[in-house]
Design a protein. Sequence first.
Length: 275
Amino acid sequence: MTGTHLKPGVDGNLSVTPQSAGWTYLSFGVMTLDGASFEGNSGENEVALVPQSGRLSVHLGDEEHDLSRAGVFEELPTVVYLPPHTHYTVSGSGTFAHGGAPATGQHPARVIRPQDIKVEMRGGANATRQVSHLLGPDQLAERLLIYEVYTPSGNWSGWPPHRHDGWHGSLYIEETYHYRIQPEQGWAIHRNYSPEDAYDEALIARDGDLILSPRGYHPVAAAPGSNVYYLNFMAGEALGEARSTPPVDEPDWAWMRQDWGGKALTLPIPVMAKP
């Protein structure tokens, strides 16, 4: 296990800060409650809460909002956005993710309902996946971007491989991947690599794992029989509308946006070539 691959604790919780990750902007965590309450404060960050499963609610001042969710493979979430210096309490029984990045407080607290979430189908052929924009660039936030991505059995995601680490004209944006996999014994392959500095790691992602993408390209492949969900929290130097700036594709594979079939081999191979 490397510093970019974290396993949940026995309580199902995990946490990453800029200091522990060795980067600048993004914090992320997952917490499971069993009938208890968690009190938090967004501090100097804008923060978002994303429920994953269970019966949960969040209290903001005199307001209470239902965050219950049957599960990540069953329905879209209700997301809560919090500006800096906001006190909140999450209570109930279930699991939720939380993450944030430095902000000045330009936008008020709000609740993003499932019907307000844009759902997009990306790719094609065996690179088809669903991307749900929980906090996309068209929604009000200072640095944060949040997506839920669904990659069906045997498919690829994050393809063509792309990067947003300041190389080749890309904006610098940090990113976490929190994996949930169906069935629980399933797995995915997550690769982080940067040819410029010989950085290359291929990681086995299992249910509940958190993988950081510190730099380079970062595609994902779902093993056959494994349906893969991951929650992306992202934050970096992009502010406001600049969060819509696209990443940079790996040059060797950018052509696949025009041919998702990837010039696939035709089977079976002939016994003898035609004269």
